[in-house]
Structure formats: C-alpha cells, structure tokens
Write a new protein. Sequence first.
Lengths: 580, 156, 120
Amino acid sequence: MSEKTVLLQDTTAGSTTGTSDFFGVFKAALRESDLADNVRLVRVADMGVYNQGVVMTILPENITYANVEAHDIKRIIGVTLKHGNPVKDLLYQPKFRQMRLVLKNCGRLDPGSIDDYIAADGYRALLKAVEQKTPDEVIAELKASGLRGRGGGGYSTGLKWQFTREAAGELKYVICNADEGDPGAYMDRSVLEGNPHSVIEGMLLAGYAIGSSQGFFYIRAEYPLAIERVQKALDQARERGLLGNHILGSDFSMDIEIRLGAGAFVCGEETALIASIEGKRGTPVPRPPYPSVRGLWGMPTCINNVETLANVAPILLHGADWFAGIGTQTSKGTKVFALTGKVRNSGLVEVPMGTTLREIVFDIGGGIASGRAFKAVQTGGPSGGVIPEKYLDTPVDYDNLQKLGSIMGSGGMIVMDECDCMVDIAKFYIKFCVDESCGKCAPCRIGGYQILNILEGITQGRGTLQDLDRLILIARAMKMGSLCGLGQTAANPVISTLAYFEDEYREHIVNRRCPARKCRALLEFNIIRHLCKKCGLCARACPEKAITGDREHGYSIDTEKCIHCGVCFDVCKFSAVERI
Amino acid sequence: MEAVSLERAESIVAKWKNKKGNLIMILHDVQDAFGYIPEHVARRISRLLDIPLARIYEVLTFYHYFKLNQPGKYKIAVCMGTACYLKGSPEILEELKTILHVEEGATTSDGLFYIECVRCLGCCGLAPVMAVNGTIYGNLKKGDVVDIISRYSKEG
Amino acid sequence: MAALTGNDFDAIKAKVQGGAKNWIKVGMSTCGIAAGAGKTYRVLEDELSKQGHPVSLLTCGCLGMCYAEPLVEVCIEGLPRVVYCRVSEECAREIVRGHVMGRKLLQDYILAMHYEEAFS
C-alpha cells in the first residue's frame, strides 16, 4: 500500500474519553496493525478546527474527521488507512471556509519576482484587456461584477471608472490609496508586501479603462517594507515594458510613481489625499465636484483602495458572472478582514461577503483567547461601531453592517472581551479623531473635543446623566455638519456604544463603577486577607505609601491615600489584590 | 556641518525639481537623511523651490510624520493602534516613561532615546508592539521593556 | 530586458513551474520579520549549506496568520507539502535535519490551513 500521513490535533488531555494520550494510543494501534512503517502520524500545532474534539486529516486522500474517540481508531485504520475509504459518520466538513481571492497569492509568491506573478497568471487580465476589450467593455465588466470599493465607502468601482472616463480632461490620473489609516487594519500592507504586482495590474487596468497615462501609489510612510517592494515591482514592470509606452505592444501607455503619506488619517479622504499628493496640507474640500470630475491638479482622477484594485484583474480574467456569484445580493465577492484584539488567532481572514460575524470570530478566529466572555466586535475603525453578541449571526455585508450602526470600513475587526470597557473604547476612538481632525470645519474640530471631555469625565467619575443626552446631541451635529467623512463618522463609535451598552455608561455615572474594571479612577483596591502571603511587595511598590502593615500582621490599603494606579494589583503574585 | 547638510538638501531638491507636488517627497528625503527637518534646510528648500517658508512649515506641522527637532539616537515608537491599545500598549508607554524619565515626543537628556506614539505599525497580530529604530518587538509585557531598553543603552 | 509580449507568458509560466522541486519558503512580511522570520531564514540558510542538500530557499509574503509567525512552508518530493508555524531557531534546524534530510514531518509544528482558493 502507498504511504499515508495522518495529521492529528490531539486535544484529549482532560477529555471525557479518559484518554489523555490519543497520539500514543493511535501509534500503538498502528503498530498492532503493522502499519507503523507506512503511516506517518504527526501531531499538528493547529488544525484550524475548534471545539470539535480530536480532529485529524488523512493524506493524500485529504479526509478530515472530527470528534474522534479512541474506539473509532480501529475503524479508521481498517477503512481509511488500509483501503482509502472514508468513515462516513466521522467525516467533518468545515461548514464554510475562507475563500482567498485577494490574498490568494500572498504567502505563495516571491513578491520580488515578476516571473512568479506572471506564472500565476498575472498580467494576463491586462493582456486580455488591451488585446480583446475596449475600455468601455472593461468598465461594463466591472459594473456587472458588482465590485464595490473596499476602502470604506463601498461605492461601485465600475461607476467610478465610468464617471472618470466620461469626464473631460486632457490628462487623467489613477491613484491607489494605500494610506491605510485605520489603526487595526493592515490588509493593504500585507497585499503590497506579499503581492504588489496584483495591485499594479489593477491600476494599469483602471488606467486603460478611464484613459489615463499616469498613476500614483499613495503609501503610508510608516510602511517601509511595502514601499520598498512596490518600488521594486514597479521597476521590474517598467523593465518588462508593462509600464511605459505601448504596453504589451498596444497603444496603451502609462507609468506609475510612488508618493508617500506622512501620517494623517484624514488623507484617506479622497480630496485630502489629492491635496497631499499635490504637496499640500491634507485638508478636504467640499464635494461635488467629485475627484472623478475634478481631482488631482484639476484633472479627472480615479481613486481606488489597494484591496479594490487587487480584485480587478481576477474579475477581468474570470468574468463578471463568476465574481457576482460570490457574496450576497448587494455585496459581491470577498472581503479581507484584519481580525485582531482578544481573539485567539489574530490575522488576516478573507471570506465571501455574507459570512456571519460568529463564523469569522469563533470558527476562523478560534474565539476569545483567554477563555473570557465575548463582549463585542468593532468594525470600521474610528468611523465604525461596535456590534454586541446578539447580532453575531448577522451576515457581513455593506448594508447589514450599516443597519447595525457600524460600517464595513477598510476591514478592521477588533474583538473585545468582558475586560474591555465600552466607554473607554469610545474615548479611545474619539481621541483618535480629535488628534486627526484637520481643524478646518467647526463641527468636527469642536464637537470631537467636547465629546472627548464628556467621556473623560465619565471615566473619571464626574459624569452626569445629562451627559448622555449631550453626547447624542453633539454626535448628531457632527454627523450633519462636518465637511468630510472623518467628521461625519467620528462620533459613530460613541453612538453605537451608547446604543448597545448604555447600561455600562449608566453604571459609570450612577454607581461610579466600571464593570470591565478598566477605568482606574473608578476602581477601589482591596487586599484579600486569606490570599495574602504577607510578602509586602505591594507596600514597597505603592508610590503613595498607601499600603501599610507588616509581614506579621498583613497589609491593608488606605483608600484615602490610594491614587488608583493599580501597581499593587499588577505586582501581587498571589492574586490577593482585588479590584472592585 | 551646516554646509554639508545644505549640499545634501540641494541634491535632494534637484532630484525632485521637475516633479509636480514635490514638496512632501522632498521633506521625506530630507528627514530620511537627517532624522528631522532642520530649520536652515527648510529655509534653503524655500529658496530653491521659490515657495514661502510658511508654506513649508504649514505642511511640516500638519503631518505627524515630520519632526522639527532632532530625535534621540534610538527612536522608540509605541503602537497605539486599537489592537495594541486593547492589549495594553498604554502600560508599555507608561513603563517606558518611568524607565527613561521622559515624556512622549521628547528625547532623554543623554540624547539616546526618543519616545513617540504611532498610529499603527501594522503588526496587530503581535499586539502590543513597539519599534526601536524600525526593529519591531511584539507580544510585549510590561516586564520586557527594561530588557529591551538596557540592550540599547549598553551599546550607547 | 526585452519588453514582454503576449507570447512570452506561457514560456515564463513553464519556466517557473519547471523550477525547483524541493523548496523551503519563509514568510517575510513586516509581521513575520517582527516575529523573527529574518533569524529563521538565516538559520535555514546556514543549516542547508552545512547539510549540502540542494533545496531552494525562497521568500514570500504573508499568509495572513500573524498569530503563528514565523511561517515556513516546506515542499520535499515524496512528502506532503506542509506549513510549519512559530518556527524558532531550533525548529528551523530540525526542519533541515529532520524533514529535509531525515524525510520525517516534525511533530507539533504543523499548521493546517482551511481555505479554498477562489479560482485555480
């Protein structure tokens, strides 16, 4: 018989079967069946399947079993290992999987090799376009695919291209927005570092479609490796005639250059980004006119995000119907999320639109790392909102997230557990927006600052119930009155935390308590007598000498002197300091 | 010293001279070369590009990335992205400030360390993270900070 | 280098696919490097040259599994292609000695990945 491999996730320690060494039992059974030399039994670090007991995959058949018990081993050996047939009642079909379209070649290709990309069918969509399609046909294909901007707005990419094509202008520009400003999202960095050519191809296709001859990458200066790899990819493309005149022997000519961002979140806004490329302060201007009509240096300009552009070549290569077949009614294709925070498996996940939050957080992400209770997931970064547990079964797409008071944004997905205070989170985001506000319009500049002050007061124990009404009032004013997207959405985290976690705000205000034990000013510290080993570490560490006592009688905290710094809690090795 | 830096600035400006909207790219190159934007260099750029000095400072002060003062030899960037914040980067920052006796945005008196907070280093999977001159340290605990700092201070 | 034309695509594909049969790929993106992928790469390079086995050592971008970095994918003819996670210096040496030379999959380091490609 041929050689087989069994990949085993042994989770038996402490399980109901009473077997604490499934691996050993399996190994012994193989020996008994004289298969020890033909079967490789390998314990894996992570199978990516959670809460399913012992899981194993048998290669080369690629059969996966879950919830395997010791008494199943005989059948697995007899049926699968000896004869290559599946044991049907043990089969595990992952209900869904990640689907990789944008990330497909990230982590597969050498980003420094254009040949690697070409061998993976790279630049074939461009070839197909310049040889067989008119620019209008390319735009029609994009429109039919239903691709919407992945940077936050969710506007139809095809329409954007069409408007830029139709606008009058002697020059037109394509800009790739790689100023990934959402703190907690990094899929664009990953794509630029892992597969820069896929974005370049998307830009070339955009250029071909709208009739542009010049493109710009606008990349965050904080991403030096991404800049280096994009520059190298551009050089290679130029060397191969994929940039420059008469690309692939056609009449289409285009070049692309890099411009660096300089750390301004507002530059994610289209008009501010344009100002920044022009070498000016990145302050937004009112729209319309939209950049597609009057953009960079007054010329029609098409701005697309990295992930959007990475979707373009596959669409043109495989057709609009194929792409439109993935996802939901209103949101087509896949979305990459940066799943981070308190989740077990932090990383990038790419799923078809319409996958539920629960599937993303628990099935792919493996749930909460510490075993604590899930509290909320935040999407859309500083412009988004939190989503509590009861909505976890919502299929993720642009419209559903909006209905829940959040947004898709660029795809940051931050998981929070019971130790995260929602008032503190709201404060964190609003602080971000206050720092990042360009200061041009009053609602954003002043409103954000006022909200921050009120939230600061609540977390310090100075809040009143009228503050809650004031927050909503200011938030509404910011939404209606701000000039650009940053200000209009800046209060979203406040509105959504207040909508779903008002109790937590009230607890801070009425009872001066922080249920998550995060807001230090509201915490009281106490030494639990029976746990205290009287080591005195806390007393030595206390900066205010608020802990008194001695090694014979134990220690206690003088609440009058205590400044709630929490050092005693941090240093105690016996968990004898409690926070109330 | 000043003459050398002006010469360098001139070659940077020459490289970008014919590009539209070149100011920010010039400032990036200058900061790469000197670690910050020295005033005399800004004045020279103003003359070379024939734009008012105020225009240059308007841009410099708008963007977080540009520095007007010479930072320390080791630039410590503490990530304050959401993931890092949730996982304790404020405590990392506090610890740094306590160890180095310096506030964020400032340099230690021996000129060795400069602390700043940054938006997101894009390593959320390793949160909380900080970077020292671009070398990233992830999965930090408060106790790790002393070790990392002492490694650099030993080198001087 | 000459400008690319439509005829070159297949030739490049054939050349790349006909390349090395035995290879080791190290994920070298910002997150991987931060987790120590640079060190992992150097150790692999050193150990491979010591053992003198003709294996191509390649770099690639990020698979997206930041929690498991550094990631190393190993393809040796006749063995299943696997991804090792959290590849420490010790593990990197073991990959060369145990997997490449000894033709045995390492215990406790394999990361199974569950996703399908949206097209092939």
